[in-house]
Structures are given as C-alpha cells and as structure tokens.
Design a protein around this ligand. Structure first.
Ligand SMILES: Cc1cc2nc3c(=O)[nH]c(=O)nc-3n(C[C@H](O)[C@H](O)[C@H](O)COP(=O)(O)OP(=O)(O)OC[C@H]3O[C@@H](n4cnc5c(N)ncnc54)[C@H](O)[C@@H]3O)c2cc1C
Length: 416
C-alpha cells in the first residue's frame, strides 16, 4: 500500500477533515505539521507547493481538500467513499430544496434573496418571530462566507472553522425555527404591488416582505495561469500561506484595504513584496502610508497582472506596466485580491434605488425605497464587509419585516 503523508498546519480545518476521512476509510498516515516544524515547508517547496493541506499518496500530491479524488486514488469505493465528515453531513447543499408547486402557491411573509450570513440570520429572527419565511439562494455553497477558507473572528464562535461550517450552523438554526430553503436564481423582481413578486426560472414567488441579501461577490475573471497555479504560488490568503514565502519574492495584486493589509502581513515574511495596483488609486479608505515605510515593499501603480507563468510552481508574472509595456518579473508567489466587490443587484432593474456602484440604498433600519423591501449585508454600502455585520443586518431587516407584515407601530425586539 502507498504511504500517505499529510502536511497540515495548526488550526487548519480542512486538515482535520482529511484526517477524519482517512480514519473513516481505515488508512494510516504520517502527519507533518508545518506550524510545529518549519522544515516541512522546505519539503513542500521542493514540490513547488506553497499551501496546506497537502496529502501525498505515494508520490502523488493532493493539494487542498479533495475527498473524491483521494478516495479514487486510494481505491475507496461504495458507502465508505460517500462517508462525509460530521460537519459536512448537514451542509447547505442538502438543506436547499428544488422549487416545487407548493412553494410557488404560498404567499410568504418574508423572503430573503440570498442565504449567506445576512439572509440566514434574518431567517432565524423572522421564522422565530412566526413569519412564514423562505430563503432563496442560487448557489448556496458559493456565497462569500461559504467560500471563506477560515473564519476566526465571528463573536461567540471560538477557534477556527470554515465559512461554510459557520454558515451551515446559521442556516440550520433558521431551519430549526421553521425556515424553508430553496435553491434557485431570482431573475427579476416586481415590487410595485403590496405583494411583491420574485421571478425564478420555475415561476413566481409571492411575498409580503423581501430582504435583498445577495452579497457583493463580483464574477471572477481569472488571470491566465491563476487556476493552474492555485496552491502552487497563487494564494488568496496571507494568514494561511505567508509563512511559505519566508525570504522569497512575492507579488500582491489589488486595490483594496484588504490588499494593503495583506501586503503588510506578507512583508513580515517575504524578502520583497511587489504591490501591484491596477490603477493609480486605491478603493475606499485604503491607504498605503504604512506599507510605504517598509523597506521590502515596493508599490507599483498602474500595473496589471496579465499572466502567471511557471513550471511546477509560479516562477514569473507578466505585468502590463504604467507605460503599457508588458514586462516579465521573477516571483515565487502571487497573492490576488482582485475579486472586486460588486453587489449582485443587476437583476433588480430599477425596482429599488441603488447607488452609483450598484449597492442598494437603505436607511438606518435597512429599508429600501420600497415599503416592505429591505437590503443588507454586503449588498448595501457598509463601512466594513464582515460576516458579523451581515448577520446583524439580517436581524434589523427581519425586525423591520415583522413590523411591516404585522403592521406594528414600532420594531419589536426578541428578548428571549
Ligand atoms: C476572501 C474573504 C475572506 C473573508 N474573511 C472574513 C472573515 O474572516 N471574517 C468575517 O467576518 N468576514 C469575512 N469576509 C467577509 C464576509 O464573508 C462577508 O462580509 C459576508 O459573507 C457577506 O454576507 P452576505 O450574506 O451579505 O453575502 P454572501 O455571503 O456573499 O451571500 C450572498 C448569497 O446570495 C446568493 N445570491 C446572490 N444573488 C442571488 C440571486 N439573484 N438569487 C438567489 N441567490 C442569490 C449567493 O449565492 C450567496 O449565497 C471575507 C470575505 C472574503 C471575500
């Protein structure tokens, strides 16, 4: 039997999942924790790998959490291969049902478009407050929180867990209070009547109140080579992978506060950080004054990454510089923060007022320009995009919906 070696790090939730899988399949493995022994970084570097978890089955590396591929490589079949770690067995994928006749017949008290932390938290409050609540989500495993690799700052939840694990807990809590979940895409909305209508491919959903909680995850346009080298020098998270680039040259590409912050964090490890800003300014309140003071950070304004090149791992990037020339730079890795933060509100087509960037205009109680329609989370212009803010928005919106549907004079809080 091939030897199995798992390269892990302390606090890495996917490492735990892999260990659970291997145990469930009856395989012994050797664990090499890079946090405990930095020599293991070198082992991985030799293979051109710059992130964990990595599981070697013999000489074949599986980068990241790839249960299906690993089961296949190990010849695990049948029920065993289907065995899921505990945290996954109650996941969003299973919670969300297809849209059926009954769901279209109903007039819902409260419908949230989006089942991320904003939508899920709203559903907890709304369904607990006896509103007949529906969450519609087109891709429950692809929202911003759902794809977040690791979350350690959600108050009340200690330790690190994946965004999906945290989100599943919120959704299951909403389910416990009676929320119904469907997987579908809201294509358009008609908020002109007292009963709002949401157009899905399967038909129309009718609602007395609506929460727009669609997040702000711009469609990702990948850079040439980005996909190929993810985990092999392309990274999106300095907290996870910065230590792999100790004394190495890295590029950071982005124009947000997050990008600046990540460049600063990387500067503690890398010999040089090339900070590439696609335009001549940063977004929002981001500023470079702190990283300008660092000897090993060089800021390149008006520089766009065109291509990521390498053999086994990233070796070079092709950059279009400020003079529009294409130049090739040697780097060991690149951290990308280019996803942008575009709210997914195009489908609303004038039904509520949006700002110039497409964020839904709301007041302090998250009411939109239409009575009974609320918006929150990343879909509104928020001072900071965090899961806890989205969840809090969900609470406010649900209370507002309760007031609207039950025609109350004031918001009624839930005190128990
Ligand atoms: C890389 C990264 C790391 C992060 N790390 C942290 C962290 O450590 N801590 C923290 O607090 N926050 C973190 N955040 C921010 C946090 O994830 C977001 O602020 C939060 O998820 C926003 O919640 P939301 O409910 O508004 O949107 P989302 O979580 O994006 O959910 C929106 C949902 O709406 C659905 N949807 C969109 N359009 C439609 C439609 N037309 N019809 C039906 N469904 C639709 C989507 O499928 C999605 O599931 C991170 C974000 C990123 C990008």
């Amino acid at each position: 039997m091939e030897k199995i070696t798992l390269y892990s790090s302390t606090g890495c939730p996917y490492c735990v999942k892999i260990k659970n899988d291997l145990k469930a399949w009856g395989y012994d493995y050797e664990e090499k924790n890079v946090t405990e022994n930095p020599d293991y970084f070198e082992d991985l570097h030799k293979h051109g790998i710059f992130s964990v978890p990595v599981t070697f089955v013999g000489d074949e590396p599986f980068i990241g959490y790839r249960p299906k591929k690993m089961a296949k490589a190990l010849g695990v079949t049948g029920d065993k291969a289907q065995a899921k770690p505990e945290a996954e067995s109650e996941n969003a994928e299973e919670l969300f049902q297809p849209v059926e006749g009954k769901i279209l017949d109903e007039v819902w008290d409260f419908v949230t478009i989006g089942g991320g932390p904003a939508g899920a938290a709203a559903a907890v409050y709304a369904s607990r407050g006896q509103l007949k609540t529906l969450i519609i989500d087109k891709a429950p495993a692809a929202g911003t929180l759902a794809i977040t690799h690791k979350i350690a700052n959600y108050p009340g939840v200690r330790g690190e867990l994946t965004g999906q694990e945290l989100l599943s807990q919120m959704q299951l809590q909403a389910k416990d209070f009676g929320t119904t979940f469907v997987r579908s895409n809201v294509l358009s909305a008609d908020f002109s009547g007292e009963i709002k209508e949401l157009e899905l491919p399967e038909g129309k959903i009718k609602a007395k109140s609506v929460f727009i909680a669609v997040g702000a995850k711009a469609p990702g346009s990948k850079i040439k080579g980005e996909e190929e080298f993810t985990g092999r020098g392309v990274s999106y998270c300095s907290t996870c992978d910065a230590a792999f680039f100790n004394n190495r040259v890295v590029a950071v590409s982005g124009d947000t506060e997050e990008a600046v912050h990540e460049a600063q964090a990387l500067a503690k490890f890398a010999s040089e950080v090339k900070f590439l800003v696609p335009t001549n300014k940063l977004k929002g309140d981001a500023d470079v004054s702190e990283i300008e003071k660092l000897d090993n950070v060089v800021i390149h304004w008006n520089h766009r990454v065109k291509e990521i090149i390498g053999d086994k791992k990233v070796d070079k990037i092709v950059v279009r510089d400020a003079d529009k020339n294409e130049v090739t730079w040697d780097v060991d890795g690149i951290f990308l923060y280019l996803a942008g933060m575009k709210p997914g509100t195009d489908f609303l087509r004038g039904q509520v007022e949006l700002d110039a960037e497409g964020y839904v205009d709301v007041d302090s109680e998250l009411r939109t320009s239409v009575d009974g329609v609320f918006a929150g989370g990343d879909a509104r212009k928020t001072p900071i995009k965090q899961a806890v803010i989205s969840a809090a928005d969900g609470c406010i919106a649900a209370m507002g919906a309760d007031q609207h549907v039950n025609k109350r004079k004031k918001l009624r809080p839930q005190y128990s």
